[in-house]
Design a protein around this ligand. Structure first.
Ligand SMILES: [Zn+2]
Length: 311
């Protein structure tokens, strides 16, 4: 059993894993039409293999494949299985994170009392089912509003495990409820988050500046999880990955392992404690990050200069 996650973060950066959702679809293990998370139930061996690849690459935290779980009949079975698969690949030395994705997302910048009750019931079940299966921390991620993310935090805290909460930003540097990264992070901490940060929709180039603003504004550990896709000219976010039908068009623009290694080094240099990755980040990216951060990988590749000749 690894040490308490928050203690561990204080000792230096922890490396997260990569993106599951788009990759499971790309591997033909899940489909957007039926719901990618169903891969957990339909192809557990394939999901386990992706977890194992990230673990071999050097990831120190494996996320249960529960991102994007909507209302389905087999919700409890899916959550139980998702956590079990991550735990099997994690072994005794890595952390397993439960995963919570938005219910309303950007569709509801403000939540009515009825909205809050509805989303609270949903989060209560999702967190409870994963906690019962045994997770070490929870990553509440890709939330467009502090309001919705904050509904989830008490359910994680009631379970007695750390709550990592990350917000997502698209065309501008404000949440859908109008908060800057610094303001949003502070409010999340006031509402109980143990670790705050930013994730998804943006590659390192435009996500790291937001992470830097969060780092300056708060004293708690910070998490960052960028996408692995280059931006279109003039863009600040990967619009394609949020538009149904365009999700796969980013595939030709995957960042190189060298660029991702540079991201890891820059995140470390600005004091990010939880250096992770999101959509498009594959096991070889995580291995490059592990190498760049001087972390052990089962498949070290130190014959290459990931620092682009600087070392
Ligand atoms: Zn993502």
């Amino acid at each position: 059993m690894p040490e308490d996650f928050l203690h561990r973060l204080r000792r230096g950066p922890v490396l997260g894993d990569g993106g599951y959702f788009l990759e499971l679809e790309r591997r033909c293990l899940g489909s957007y039409k039926q719901g990618v998370p169903l891969a957990v139930l339909d192809h557990p061996d394939g999901v386990l293999e992706l977890h194992r690849e990230f673990a071999r690459a050097g990831a120190e935290v494996l996320q249960a494949m529960a991102w994007g779980v909507g209302r389905i009949d087999r919700e409890a079975e899916l959550h139980r299985t998702a956590v079990a698969l991550a735990r099997e690949a994690a072994g005794p030395d890595r952390y397993v994170a439960g995963t919570l994705s938005p219910y309303f997302g950007k569709r509801r910048p403000q939540l009515s009392a009825a909205d809050r009750r509805e989303v609270a019931a949903f989060f209560d079940r999702r967190v409870g089912q994963q906690v019962a299966a045994g997770v070490d921390l929870f990553i509440v991620e890709t939330f467009h509003t502090v309001a919705e993310a904050s509904v989830a935090i008490p359910f994680v805290k009631q379970a007695g495990i750390p709550a990592v909460v990350t917000l997502t930003y698209q065309e501008n540097d404000y949440t859908r409820d109008g908060l800057s990264p610094a303001e949003g992070a502070k409010q999340l901490i006031d509402n109980g988050a143990d670790v705050v940060g930013v994730n998804c929709h943006r590659p390192p180039q435009t996500l790291l500046p937001l992470a830097r603003a969060v780092r300056k504004a708060v004293d708690v550990p910070v998490c960052v999880q960028p996408t692995a896709y280059e931006l279109e000219p003039g863009a600040v976010y990967n619009r394609e990955i949020v538009v149904p039908g365009l999700w796969t068009t980013v595939e030709p623009r995957v960042l190189s392992r060298f660029a991702v290694a540079e991201y890891a080094k820059e995140a470390e240099s600005i004091g990010i404690e939880f250096i992770g990755a999101c959509c498009g980040m594959l096991p070889y990216h995580i291995r490059a990050m592990a190498d760049a951060l001087g972390k052990p990988s089962t498949l070290p590749d130190r014959t290459r200069a990931y620092s682009l000749g600087i070392e």
